[in-house]
Design a protein around this ligand. Structure first.
Ligand code: 6R9
Length: 644
């Protein structure tokens, strides 16, 4: 805990925030002791229903079951668009800032409605309907949001695959979700470079018999292969459709989307979210955590391929009738002042990004910041990994001129929306702490033996009771959800994170306690990288761990054992790096590959990762207990050849 960084009081000008300190105490307490009444009021206030619910919440964490607003019916696209039209038809729903600063689009709520309906109709005409899975592999263009909403219009379930993932990773996800359609673009454009999205899709689809439709958005106009009968251009199939599309009335617990995320073992899991609970918490957190005011411009820099993009570029903002900014490019193009230029250009009030981006921009120097005014900024946010207090102070003082509260939001793909975060008008800020639980969220810390830690202390971060936007299943493998999240400590949702709690009840997330890496805010299982490495014919075994990295938070450190008789060299290293990029994507590029004649194992053959982590971190004095090692000389070798 970084107690040498002083607590910051709530900045001036937030006395009239949506939630005051008194509101927070009262509402938080009520959200737990009178859960049904509290969330019943919230569900009426925040959402429009076709049919009211019969019961608010029921759950059983021993079995891993949860249900919210059972019996109710609603449509997400209606909640995000149609119901706002009487007041907001001409208001901008989406500001699009292209990769090239000269490229902008402004899409009003009326235009969004028309576009979503035309695509919804076009998908229906291709036979896509309620419950069908549609894969989106898209650049950051408005059509990505339109496609998400068109799916919700007709009750189809989207599964977005980040455009930086490889054809191999894309294929796995399309197969696992048994998608019938894919929506993509000819190419993406990031930092002046084209990304061959359609070509990647073509490579994946050679092995995906479930897909009979591929919709292609023209972004760059590049010449791409179009397979007859399967591939259609977005502009062509939507041109002839009507601007009205009957919304599918969905049950509260009908699936809304699947999003694949890495775990500590096996292939990525398809995290399944359902309709009402997800939308309610995305919507409530958007309004309260960002203290969103009517008319403000909100900018979340995430990609829609991550959960942050789902909840805070599309669903949270649009459910609130907000103006959301969607950015196609990267923070350092054309130069490292891009974000602050965009803030001035579009008068952004709320800016939400990841610590890795903050650290990278901090490293480029203050001149890129000071050349902009940033007067429109009111609130700053971070997400994705713990923020180091030095970066927090820079963000607060240099970007926010000491005026803007920072909301450090802890949550996960599985939680769907914010779980632990300061509220701008209610929570004094401690740099590096995600602070206090949101309404309805009941965190606890467990000791190794499963007992709850009271008061200040450190332990496994768990959640004791259901929240509306919690994961409902792992698509196609419900038991895997129960095993992963509800079995380690029966009766609790296991987050996979460690945390400490201080005397004021503030939570400080210390990072993953499982074999999941967090590289630039992107989750990656060490097992995924290991599987890629051992695909190589010359490799016998691999073990991957994280190590501290100045910009990325964590870097990827690989210990690799070549096959008997193979002479390791730099060419082989380069092939291994390439293999990881091909199998997973550029985000999985190893930072260090160390040849390991042997890996440290217990006598039962389990790799002792704790030791590998210490060597990667260069903490050679604290290797801990090595008495259970089968062959202690292995460790000596790894230490003496470190970084070799
Ligand atoms: C939203 C998102 C989830 C993991 C989570 C934790 C880390 C996210 C954080 C944070 C410290 C924060 N994490 N936010 N750690 N402070 N404010 O990032 O989802 O990609 O599923 O990652 O990210 O380790 O368990 P996801």
């Amino acid at each position: 805990m970084s107690h040498h960084f002083p607590t910051h009081p709530i900045p001036a000008g937030f006395a009239d925030a949506h939630i005051t300190p008194e509101d927070y105490r009262r509402m938080y307490e009520r959200s737990l002791v009178d859960r049904d009444a509290f969330f019943s009021e919230m569900a009426s206030e925040f959402l429009s229903w076709d049919k009211p619910w019969d019961s608010v919440c029921s759950f059983d964490f021993v079995k891993g079951e949860a249900s919210w607003f059972a019996g109710g019916q609603l449509n997400v696209s209606v909640n995000c668009i149609d119901r706002h039209l009487p007041e907001r038809a001409d208001q901008t729903a989406i500001i699009w800032e292209g990769d090239d600063p000269a490229d902008n689009r402004f899409i009003s709520y009326q235009e969004l409605k028309d576009e979503v309906c035309r695509l919804g109709n076009a998908l229906r005409a291709r036979g896509v309907g309620k419950g069908d899975r549609v894969c989106l592999y898209m650049p950051m263009v408005p059509e990505a949001a339109i496609a998400m909403l068109a799916c919700t219009r007709i009750g189809a379930v989207h599964t977005i695959v980040f455009g930086g993932f490889s054809p191999e990773a894309l294929k796995d996800r399309i197969q696992s979700a048994e998608c019938s359609a894919v929506i993509t673009s000819d190419e993406g454009l990031r930092g002046g470079k084209a990304v061959p999205l359609k070509t990647n899709v073509d490579k994946s689809l050679t092995d995906c018999p479930s897909v009979d439709t591929c919709v292609v958005v023209r972004r760059t106009g590049a010449d791409v292969t179009m397979v007859d009968g399967r591939d259609v251009y977005y502009d062509e199939i939507t041109a002839t459709q009507s601007n009205d599309c009957e919304p599918e009335s969905m049950d509260s617990e009908d699936p809304l989307f699947i999003l694949y995320t890495s775990g500590s073992t096996g292939k990525p899991k398809g995290v399944l979210h359902t309709t009402a609970g997800y939308l309610l918490q995305a919507s409530m957190t958007f309004k309260y955590v960002f203290d969103y005011r009517d008319g403000e411009v909100f900018w979340c820099t995430a990609d829609v391929g991550w959960v942050t993009g789902h909840s805070y570029i599309v669903y949270g903002p649009l459910a609130n009738g907000a103006t959301t900014l969607m950015f196609e490019g990267v923070p350092t193009y054309p130069d490292a002042g891009r974000c602050w230029d965009v803030v001035d250009k579009h008068q952004v009030s709320i800016f939400y990004t990841a610590p890795t981006a903050i650290r990278a921009l901090q490293g480029k120097g203050d001149n890129y910041v000071s050349r902009s005014s940033r007067k429109s900024l009111r609130i700053l946010g971070t997400v994705g990994e713990p923020i180091n207090p030095e970066a927090w102070e820079w963000y607060f003082n240099t970007v926010g001129d000491g005026r803007c509260p920072i909301v450090d939001t802890w949550w996960q793909t599985e939680t769907g929306a914010h779980m632990i975060s300061p509220l701008p008008g209610a929570t004094p800020m401690k740099p590096g702490s995600a602070s206090v639980p949101f309404f309805g969220v009941e965190p606890a810390l467990l000791a190794e033996d499963g007992s709850e830690i009271e008061g200040p202390g450190a332990g496994y971060l768990v959640i004791k009771s259901s929240w509306p936007s919690q994961i409902r299943s792992v698509y196609g493998d419900h038991q895997r959800m129960v095993d992963t999240y509800f079995s380690n400590y029966p009766g609790y949702y296991f987050t996979g994170d460690g945390a400490t709690r201080d005397a004021d009840g503030y939570y400080w997330i210390t990072g993953r306690v499982d074999d999941v890496l967090n590289v630039s805010g992107h989750r990656m299982g060490t097992a995924e990288v290991e599987s890629a490495l051992v695909l190589h014919d010359s490799i016998a075994e691999a073990a991957v761990v994280g190590f501290p990295h100045d910009i990325k938070g964590q870097g990827i450190y690989c210990y690799v054992t070549p096959m008997e008789g193979i002479e390791p060299n730099d060419a082989l290293k380069a092939e291994l790096v390439q293999l990881c990029v091909e199998e997973i994507g550029p985000i999985a590029k190893p930072d260090v590959i160390q040849w390991a004649p042997g890996l440290p194992k217990t006598r039962s053959g389990k790799i002792m990762r704790r030791i590998l982590r210490k060597i990667a971190e260069n903490e050679l004095d604290s290797l801990g207990d090595t008495s259970t090692l089968a062959d202690p000389s292995v460790v000596e070798d790894l230490i003496s050849n470190r970084n070799a």
